[in-house]
Ligand binder design. Sequence first.
Ligand code: ADP
Ligand code: ADP
Ligand code: MG
Length: 454
Amino acid sequence: MKPIKKLLIANRGEIACRVIRACKRLGISSVAVYSDADAEALHVKQADESVHIGPSKSAHSYLDIGKILAAAKQVGADAIHPGYGFLSENAEFATAVIESGIVWIGPDPASIRNMGDKQKARDIAVAAHVPVVPGSIRFRSDNMDKLHVEANRVGFPLLVKAAAGGGGIGMKHVSKPEDLQAAVVATQSLAKSAFGNADVFLEKYIPNARHVEIQIFGFPGGAVHFYERDCSTQRRFQKIIEESPAPNLSQEVRHGMVIAAVSLANSVHYRGAGTVEFILDVDTDAYYFLEMNTRIQVEHPVTEMTTDSDLVSMQIQLARGDLVLIDQASIRQMGHAIECRLYAENPAKRFMPSPGVLQQFDFTYANPAFIRIETGYEMQNEITPFYDPMIAKVIAYGDNREDAVNRLLAVLENARVEGIKSNLSFLIACLKDPLFQQGKITTNFVAENITSLT
Ligand code: ADP
Ligand code: ADP
Ligand code: MG
C-alpha cells in the first residue's frame, strides 16, 4: 500500500474534471494546475487546491515537466495523474515523477516508451503473434535509399506515418509513387516539430476499414479486457463518435481481437489502463494491430457504462495498491453506449477550430440515469485557441443501440451551444444518417458524406 492523500492532475478540461471526480469518490484531495488562459476554468474550481503553472502556451505550462513537478512539491502531492494528451505518454515525465518519490498513475515508463513508438509497438505485436498491417523499415532524413523498394513491397495506396505520431497528426495518404518522396519529407519535418522525432515509416492503407479497439487493464498477475469500442466516425484520422459494443461485429472477430489485445498486454507485463487499437478490413474481416495507447482514453466512458466500471478510479487504486483483482468472467458487456465529441469548430470549413466565448451552454434535457456530460467548461467560459477545441463529450446509454442513439439525439437536439461555431448539428446529422443508423459505416463515412452532413 502506498497511501495517496493528495493527487495532482497534470491536465486540464474535461479529463481533469473526470479525475477530480474519481478523487472525491476515493477520499483523495485533488490539486489542479492551470495556465493563464485557464484561470477561470472548471477544473480549477472543482479541485480542492490549484497551482498556477505559467503562460497559456502548453509548452510553457501543461507540457513543462519542471513546472508540474515544482507544483507537486509545493503542495505536497503524493501522486500525479496525467490524463490523456499532454505528458500522458511521455516516458521521461513518468520517470521524473517516479524519481521524485511521487506515485505515477500510469504504466511503467518502459511500456510508455516502447508503445509510444508505433514501429517498436508493431515489432512487439509481431512477437506476441498479433497481426499487423504490412509496413516498411524506418526512414530518417539520412536514410532514404530503400524508400521506393520498400514502398513497392508495402504497396500503394499507403500511409506515411510518424513513428512518434498521435492524435491523428503526422499521417499522410499516398496513392501513387510520384507523390511518395514529397509526402515522406513533409511528414518527417512535421513529425520533427510536433513530436521532436522525425522518424517515419510506411504502412499499407486499408481502404474500407473500421477502427475497433480493445480496452484492457493490466494487473500484476496479467491483463483483463473490457471489450471493444468502435471509433470509425472520424475526421482527419481523429475520432468524433465512439460506441460499445461495435455494431455488426461477428463474435469471432470480437473474440479474436480481445485475445490478441490481452496477449499483447501480457507480453509486456502491462500495468493499468490501456487501449489496443485495431483496423478492421471490412472486405475480408481481417484485423490488424494499429497502435497501443498507454493511458486513459477520451472515449473510456462508453466502456464504463457498458461494463459498469470506473476505469479512472481503478487506475488510482492500482497505483496505491488496493485494487482487488478483477476476474475476466465477472466483466460483462451490457446494453449499448455511444459518445460524441462536441467541438468548437466549423464542419463546413474543414472543421476549422472556432474559439470564442460560450454565450449559451445548456444540456438541461439530459437525464443523468442514461446520459453523461463530461466537460471542462461552463457558460461564459472562453474556448481559447491554445488547446484542443473539444468542449464536451456527451454519452448516452440504452438497452440497445437504437435506444442509445435516440437518447443521444434527444439530448443534442435540446442542447444550447452558442457564441462559438460548434459541430452540434453535424453530430446530429451523423447520428441520423441511415448508413450510421444501420451500423454500416467505415472510416471514410465523414469524408464521403461531408456535403449531406454539413
Ligand atoms: P483517443 O485515442 O484517446 O481518442 P486522441 O488520439 O483523440 O485519443 O487524442 C487524445 C488527445 O491527446 C487529443 O487532444 C490529442 O490531440 C492528444 N494527443 C494524442 N496523442 C498525442 C501526441 N502524440 N502528441 C500530442 N498530442 C496528442
Ligand atoms: P494516431 O496515433 O494518430 O491515433 P493511428 O495509427 O491510431 O494514429 O491511426 C489513426 C486513424 O488513422 C485510424 O483510426 C484509422 O482511421 C486511420 N488509419 C491508420 N492506419 C491505417 C491503415 N493502415 N489503413 C487505413 N486507415 C488507417
Ligand atoms: Mg490511434
